[in-house]
Ligand binder design. Structure first.
Ligand SMILES: [Mg+2]
Length: 244
């Protein structure tokens, strides 16, 4: 019998928790950075709810209703307009109206209640927090439009939020560029302690953390991300979700 069969191998995520514990014992103030959308939370349910709402109006075209009726949450990709386009919807005027309808809802407090945590995410964040990490939520969501809903969502799903060693930063303005905002947070994060790990679904952001925190484990969530990404830094680990 091989040793692998008798000695449980420590998973990559378990190793990060152990690393946090080691740093905490040495008084190094370990920090773990988490993005929210498509990293800790799936946005598929939010997108699906908006799409179904758009298709539920009395005069919705038959082609739209028919396609949406055959879709499920798991079919939602980066962009719901593309989700329809690839299934044969070609009415550009309708797709433009959907885009406006989607933009008016996706970036709002109210629709965040549809989000569901990525499998294993709540447990992993809780475990790194218990192990002694400062949990730093760094998100491209904007404070004016999504701050209250983000706090409510973190509480509702029992992510570490209240109490010590938790930081939440959202963009001050909707118009701010996500990558520039995250770059501007690097110094503030460094001042808190030693970054042990950072988790992201956007390749550009993952690469930023790779450069800024060379000793940290950077985890890339293979969920959805924006189009035309840069090549992912070779040191970044890929992960489907946070299940161990
Ligand atoms: Mg994200």
């Amino acid at each position: 019998m091989s040793s692998d069969a008798t000695v449980p191998r420590m998973s990559f995520l378990d190793a990060i928790i152990e690393n946090v514990r080691t740093h905490a014992k040495k008084g190094h103030r370990p920090v773990v950075v988490f993005d929210l959308d498509s990293t800790l939370f799936s946005t598929q349910e939010r997108n699906f709810a908006i799409l179904r709402e758009f298709a539920s109006v009395a005069d919705a075209p038959h082609a739209l209703v028919s396609i949406v009726g055959r879709l499920c949450v798991g079919d939602m990709g980066w962009n719901i307009m593309d989700d329809l386009r690839v299934r044969g919807l070609s009415d550009d005027g309708l797709l433009r109206r959907l885009r406006s309808f989607w933009r008016e809802r996706f970036f709002t407090n109210e629709y965040l209640r549809h989000d569901k945590p990525i499998p294993g995410a709540v447990e992993f964040v809780a475990d790194v927090h218990v192990a002694g990490a400062i949990v730093f939520y760094l998100t491209g969501r904007d404070e004016p439009g999504m701050g209250a809903g983000t706090r409510e969502s973190l509480r509702t799903h029992a992510f570490p939020f209240e109490g010590e060693r938790v930081v939440l930063e959202l963009k001050p303005r909707f118009e701010d560029d996500d990558l520039s905002f995250k770059r501007s947070a690097i110094d503030r994060i460094r001042q808190l302690g030693e970054v042990v790990a950072a988790c992201e679904n956007e390749p550009a952001n993952a690469n930023l953390f790779c450069d800024a925190f060379p000793k940290a484990d950077v985890l890339f969530l293979e969920t959805v991300h924006s189009p035309n990404p840069p090549p992912l830094c070779t040191k970044v680990a890929r992960l489907g979700d946070f299940r161990r």
